[in-house]
Design a protein around this ligand. Structure first.
Ligand code: CTP
Length: 217
């Protein structure tokens, strides 16, 4: 199976020295890439800036902004069987990028932000040949929010994690996730290292692919 996996944060520039980003470490996405490779699958990893070495054997695409992530995904989508959107893509970006460094002043500085493109929502809705797996980073009402993303972003599967806990989720080496399927089923992987979670997830995604594509789920 050919996996297209995204990982890490995006950076949205404000000026030549500043940007807006988030706390994503890339650990979960890189662990999924490593687990898929270890299980003998092809992996293309599209990654924002992180402090991790790309797993050996993966085709690696490095990006910075949400627009670069969007373009890289659309370039690679045709050649994949499962898209795993683990990256923490920006929701907003500065309306204008200043060509010069913005100088300090004594007045309040207001930054105008505009919505970034929602990559999952930009994917074809019908006749897809690949399984589309979104992630939902939530601090509250996890199930409700994850189910909403599953529907609204037209995903086959949503993997939800609680990012409010300091010992799990973002930046941590551990995680616990609940996987929501289109047919209303859900499956929980309880707290474990991201490596173990990744191994379980890859198994679940492989099993799900056929069923999701034939709409049996
Ligand atoms: N995502 C995306 N494009 C964006 C933002 C997010 O494709 N501009 C994807 C993420 O990669 C993830 C899923 O959408 O697979 C959910 O991301 P998340 O940050 O949990 O949700 P948002 O859609 O950003 O909504 P909110 O921040 O309001 O929870």
């Amino acid at each position: 199976m050919r996996f297209l996996i995204t990982a890490g944060p995006t950076r949205e520039p404000i000026d030549p020295v500043r940007y807006i980003s988030n706390r994503s470490s890339g650990k979960m996405g890189y662990a999924i890439a490593a687990a898929a490779l270890a299980a003998g699958h092809d992996v293309t990893l599209i990654s924002g800036p992180v402090n991790l070495d790309p797993p050996r054997g993966a085709t690696f695409v490095s990006i910075l902004t949400s627009d670069e992530m969007h373009d890289a995904i659309h370039r690679c989508l045709r050649d994949c069987d499962a898209l795993v959107m683990c990256a923490a893509v920006a929701d907003y970006k500065p309306a204008k990028v200043s060509a010069q460094k913005i100088k300090k002043g004594n007045e309040t500085l207001l930054l105008e932000l505009i919505p970034a493109r929602d990559i999952l929502a930009s994917l074809p809705k019908r006749d897809r040949h690949c399984l589309v797996v979104g992630f939902a980073a939530e601090t509250n009402d996890i199930e409700e929010n994850a189910q909403k993303k599953l529907r609204e972003k037209n995903c086959d599967i949503i993997v939800a994690n609680d990012v409010s806990r300091p010992d799990s989720g973002m930046e941590s080496d551990a995680n616990e996730v609940t996987i929501f399927f289109r047919n209303g089923e859900k499956e929980r992987i309880s707290r474990a290292s991201k490596k173990i979670i990744a191994r379980e997830l890859v198994k679940i995604l492989i099993n799900s692919r056929e069923k999701c594509l034939t709409k049996k789920m």
